[in-house]
Design a protein around this ligand. Structure first.
Ligand code: ADP
Ligand code: ADP
Length: 225
């Protein structure tokens, strides 16, 4: 990820909000980055742009050397598929689908054949220690279990980039630790991770912490680990 002088301005009727005010940063393949800062400082906006859910108002975003800061919605969707996995604070599972179906979805979008899908879903559920819940629905699971399902869905297509927005925000400390251990393992297997967090403890799992304030980077701190 190479970002240069990124700006994002939201305009609504009379109000203009500068959510990102000139962000420049580099993230190399295999890095684990934490993004911290007070509510409203632009963390979610930055993550949405990194994840090709939204375009910046100005500036450059190079992903794998390719400018992706000005793609049309259709091109962004295409570029996301199989390349970027998302983990959210609120899990964002589809309530009408079983655990198996939720995790299978990215492979269906990628038109992977049914037998191969089944094999990979089973492997991934096993890795996330949630195989015994494959036929359950999200509302039958605890928060920790739901987040493990969400991580399974985020990683099943082997994305090179995983974006996590307060992945432990709704979890108790035991489940939060399990989630951080899983993210660490995925990072050690080669995934690049960018994680927004309010937790200093979660940030200590990252190689580097970027601190935002009022839409700007104020400090970058390397972890001692
Ligand atoms: P957090 O502080 O937990 O990161 P927020 O509550 O600030 O999250 O925002 C949650 C989501 O709501 C963000 O992804 C953002 O896009 C959207 N959002 C935040 N503020 C506004 C706003 N004023 N108008 C519309 N959408 C907003
Ligand atoms: P954080 O995630 O750090 O809490 P956000 O990125 O959600 O911050 O928001 C940064 C600023 O941009 C806030 O002032 C928020 O109200 C504003 N904002 C975010 N999304 C929108 C939106 N879709 N429309 C208008 N304002 C927004």
């Amino acid at each position: 990820i190479q970002i240069k002088d990124l700006k994002k301005v939201f305009r609504t009727e009379e109000v203009e909000t500068v959510a990102l005010n000139g962000i420049s940063m580099h993230v190399t393949q295999g890095e684990f980055i934490a993004i911290m800062g007070p509510s409203g400082c632009g963390k979610s906006t930055l993550l949405n742009i990194l994840g090709l859910l939204d375009n910046p108002t100005s500036g450059h975003y190079l992903l794998d050397g390719k400018e992706v800061g000005n793609l049309k919605e259709k091109e962004r969707t295409q570029s996301r598929k199989g390349n970027i996995g998302f983990v959210f604070q609120s899990f964002n599972l589809i309530e009408e689908m079983t655990v198996f179906e939720n995790v299978e979805l990215p492979l269906t979008y990628l038109k992977v054949k049914a037998a191969e899908r089944k094999k990979r879903v089973e492997e991934t559920l096993h890795k996330m220690s949630i195989s015994h819940r494959a036929s359950h629905f999200p509302n039958q699971l605890s928060g920790g279990q739901q987040q493990r399902v969400a991580i399974a869905r985020a990683v099943i297509a082997n994305p090179k980039l995983i974006l996590a927005d307060e992945p432990t925000g709704n979890l108790d400390s035991k489940n939060g630790k399990d989630v951080m251990d899983l993210l660490t393992e995925l990072n050690q297997e080669g995934a690049t991770i960018v994680m927004v967090t309010h937790s200093q403890h979660d940030a200590s799992f990252a190689h580097r912490t970027i601190n935002l304030f009022d839409g700007q980077i104020i400090t970058e701190v390397e972890s001692k680990m």
